[in-house]
Design a protein around this ligand. Sequence first.
Ligand code: HEM
Length: 191
Amino acid sequence: MRGHDLFRCATLFAVVLCYATILLGGNVMASGNGLACPSWPTCYGNGNLLPNVQGGVAVEWSHRVMAFFLASSVLVLGVLAIAFERGRPALLKMSLGGLGLVVTEALLGGLVVEQSLAVTLVLVHLAIATALFGLLLVLALLANFRELPTRWVAWARRALDERPTPVGETYGEPTPAPPDPAPVAFAPREG
Ligand code: HEM
């Protein structure tokens, strides 16, 4: 497998892991198990990497384990980008940006726990998660664009070519005016 193909697959892998981490985070929140593991990075702060995984601890721990896999995959993505994608600076920058975001998010996750789920921190945690997902999704699309089925590309081209219907003021390129309607012959009303 060539370096570019490895990079392409890594972007897809990372976007799926990010989605799974977000779902498991929502599960932690919805089930009220945010403090089932009261310490960070280990569950009870005793250096034991594998706590007794059941009940609320299982819910919280699964989110942390998935976040660990996500962070590792984004780290691999960054390394692959540096090795093989220096010729595509946009992809390289997005990969390194993703790495910065995921590290920030993991540290913030720890702070969320240490600060007993302070609302502002939980909201910033959610905001970074959605930004990271958006970035990884666009990166995966760009990196895999040439591999997309031709009918998907044709669909995207059509969508790009569509012009918005002008409402009030228009911006950007003026939309061509519709052709003049055919002149209607005036006929006086009878009677
Ligand atoms: C690194 C990738 C991570 C992502 C993408 C992520 C994402 C999320 C998301 C989307 C939520 C749900 C928030 C909501 O519904 O408002 C959440 C909740 C949570 N996350 Fe993370 N998270 C990550 C890492 C971590 C880590 C490493 C920890 C470590 C402790 C952590 C701790 C928590 C906690 C405690 C909650 C529940 C907050 C509450 O119950 O109020 N997260 N996470």
